[in-house]
Design a protein around this ligand. Sequence first.
Ligand code: RB5
Length: 148
Amino acid sequence: MRIAVGADHAGYQMKDELAAYLVDQGHDVQDFGTFSADSVDYPDVALRVARAVALGEADRGLIVCGTGIGTSIVANKVRGVRAALCHDTFSARMARQHNDSNVLCLGARVIGPALALEILTAWLGAGFEAGGRHERRVRRIAELEEEV
Ligand code: RB5
């Protein structure tokens, strides 16, 4: 998979670790930074990752900030992006199976690296349950993006 990754200063270390894992697993990783603990504004990074997914340059996106909240708010403003903030594996699976989420947001100040990796693998490994009520609801989300 082509996976766009990004983080602010609070999440860059976790992002780097997860990105290395993804590369190791054979994914094509596009890293939008940041690359140090120097303070940056999370909206800018989140927007870059979300745009890459929305434009079809990446199949999925992964964004890490302190809580995952700010970046998920930003990513969900981009048309076509369904960003899910998940801090447990059940939500991560559901976010794929029911919501066809294409961006995963994590909070590096909320969970540790081992759980983050489990969440990421659960999210990547789960497929969307297409063809029924979930697809109808996800289609409705796309319609709403044109209405608001
Ligand atoms: C940065 O201090 C922090 O606000 C940011 O990483 C994130 O948690 C925002 O939602």
